[in-house]
Ligand binder design. Structure first.
Ligand code: PEP
Length: 253
């Protein structure tokens, strides 16, 4: 039996308030009914409160794209996990490739962020994935394993954890991993998760695929036995496309 799919939209640094409201309007009324997929929108920090109101009474949950690991203090420009929980977030993305590769976040920082987020009751979407040169050098498994090792440990709350496998070469590029490529890494990640949390829990943990998921490729990716939905960037900014991706997840369950 497959796990309940989970589709999260990563808005990145997009949308002003007007565009965000319009997007949420297009989502709210058009989701499959009944909805058998967990759905989240991970908005920029400034949109969390107003989008929290927009999703009120719906099955859509709110998420953020990053947090700091300290609860408060002299950290100019940062937002704590506590602040996100108070703003109504259920989820937070940690370790997105843009945080790792553009902002230089290290394994040590990511580990602290995962712990801090869970301590505030936030569900962590922990991202892993290899660069193109790492794939070409046959180092994909080595890279994702070390990304798991740097942030995960058996004492984490697995009820507040989702993995997202996002090959960096597929993010925002229009190139997607083939279902076979995605499945192979997801199965590898699940086997490694057994080492941290035991086999039964590893079978229950969801592993999203991310990297140019679109309405046209979502279903074949989500049908892979170890792919449990997606983390969606570009396509989540168009209500019709995001709804189609959620529907594909629902059909693949
Ligand atoms: C992402 O931002 O996590 C992502 C997968 O982006 P895209 O879908 O645009 O590749």
């Amino acid at each position: 039996m497959k796990r309940k799919p989970f589709v999260a939209g990563n808005w990145k640094m997009h949308n002003d308030l007007g565009a965000a409201r319009e997007l949420m309007g297009g989502l709210r009324g058009n989701l499959p009914k009944p909805l058998n997929v967990d759905v989240a929108v991970c908005t920029p920090f400034t949109l969390l409160y107003p989008m929290g109101k927009e999703i009120d009474g719906t099955d859509i949950k709110l998420g953020a794209q990053n947090c700091h690991f300290e609860p408060k203090g002299a950290f100019t420009g940062e937002i704590s996990a506590q602040m996100l929980a108070a703003a109504g977030c259920t989820y937070v993305i940690i370790g997105h490739s843009e945080r790792r590769h553009v902002f230089g976040e290290t394994g040590d920082m990511l580990r602290k962020k995962v712990v801090a987020a869970q301590e505030c009751g936030l569900h962590v979407i922990y991202c892993i994935g290899e660069l193109l040169e790492e794939r070409e050098a046959n180092r994909t498994e080595q890279v994702v394993e070390s990304q798991l090792q740097e942030a995960l440990s058996p004492d984490l709350r697995t009820d507040l954890l989702t993995l997202a496998y996002e090959p960096v070469w597929a993010i925002g590029t229009g190139k997607t991993a083939t279902p076979d490529q995605a499945q192979a890494v997801h199965a590898f990640v699940r086997a490694k998760l057994s080492g941290f949390f035991g086999q039964e829990t590893a079978q229950q943990l969801r592993i999203q695929y991310g990297g140019s998921v679109k309405p046209g490729n979502a279903k074949t990716l989500f049908e892979c036995p170890d792919v449990d939905g997606g983390l969606v960037g570009g396509a989540c900014l168009v209500a019709e496309d995001f709804v189609a991706i959620i529907s594909a997840a629902q059909e693949s369950a």
